[in-house]
Design a protein around this ligand. Sequence first.
Ligand code: AHR
Length: 535
Amino acid sequence: MRQYLNLKKLIAITSIFALVFSFSMCSEKEQANSSTVKMSIDLDQPGPEINRHIFGQFAEHLGFGIYGGIWVGPESEIPNTRGIRNDVVEALKALKVPNVRWPGGCFADQYHWRDGIGTPEERKSKINVSWGGTPEPNTFGTHEFFDFINMIGSEAFISANVGSGTVQSSADWLEYLTATGSSLAEERARNGHPEPYDVAFWGIGNEVWGCGGPFTAAEYITELKKFATFTNNYNPNVNTQFVAVGPDSFDEYSFGYSEAIMEAWSKKTWTWDIQGLSLHKYTRGGWPAVIPATGFDELQYAAMIKETLGMDQFIVDNSTIMDKYDPDKKVSILVDEWGTWYAPTEGTNPGFLQQQNSQRDVIVAALNFNIFARHAERVHGANIAQMINVLQAMIFTEGEKMVLTPTYHAFRMYVPFQDAIRLPINFDKGKYKAGNIDLPRVDAIAAKGKDGNIYVAITNIDPNNPASVDLEFTGHSILSVNGETLYASSIDAINTFEQPNNVSPKTIKANVSGSNISVAVQPQSVTVLAIAVKN
Ligand code: AHR
């Protein structure tokens, strides 16, 4: 009997042990996968403004970026206003695009603005040497560009030609655009625009260490001083910001540019100044770009996300250099080219940089927005490459057809972060592992929008597991919460002309209890919540 009791005890102890053991195994697994992520947001410690210009776009004369994408000409059967596609304009209005960088890119340093003004007969046709050697009719020029950005409610970021242009042509172009009462201003009026244009940003060259030069940093600084001294904005309503070329994260030739330019800037004379330093950083998995835009596996996804997160270190490295010469942060960083760069779509001209756009691009976009917002003290602008039909585009067109890409929706969902006040948000990023690639599981930013609401953007990087997120707003009760989520059942899901809404935002439900919100987010998703709080 005693033996039997001991046996019973042993069995009982063993099963309790097994139960406890299996419970702890299970909770460890859950911990790694779907445990609750607690985020606390401090409404009482407002940070810097998230400059709306970090949501800027880039439209280059490249492939179907301008011709076919924006410009179809007034005679086209595709509905247009003065040659500019109505469908594209309507779609872009919803993004509140703060600025459009134009005409390049590499194209900028081969662009001569006089070729693109005047009557149709006066336009010069050229060869687009940078991109595919295709004809460049110059039917879309200065006036058409300003007409376009005016239609979408955006500001101008002009990249001037340093590589093959002269200081005089740069000076003349900005005078043509902004002056009153000069011969160039009269010429502008004759060409249909008596009022001066507003030019928000003026890029002094593009990638001058590469396609726009090539110059060493010292050679560029000599050019920079001349271009910055003699190019003037004459429009008193606008403080045009001059942007110097900085480094690209991949190019050894641009190494040292930030240091050299900032040192030169710290010793500048009264004749010249810059307000911005450009950085370029793509997510492209090496060079040449061979990573497929669709049909990739989880490891390829994770590798691209890891590379995207490298944007943070790139900004930190350059900010550290800038802080040495400019502790007051008078010179901004403008990441005026970023985005994914994959292998070109099969059957397209490789010089046209056409690629598909998937749910992976949504995650890449959101992570970059978050990084820019976290560096809001120094990063005052960024331009995704590019707006239409090129690289990580917002929109694809084909003849009269148009489709919005997953990236378009990410930009639309982040609109409330434009000029919002960043708020501290604390959370454990967790872990997501693919092969030997270690990544955070979630990312998030919070801000107080211009409408007084609090906005929280949550990215679930993990493609395999949902996440329960608990948001805490200590000391503030929640009045209401609305949200949208951008989720697709596969990480390489795309929108097509036939299935345009495959990847599109859906309403998401969140639960409120006092000063807490709980929400369940899908794997590989981006969610933006709009929260009304009681002050
Ligand atoms: O966006 C495509 C190209 O990438 C740009 O023209 C150039 O500046 C960069 O190398």
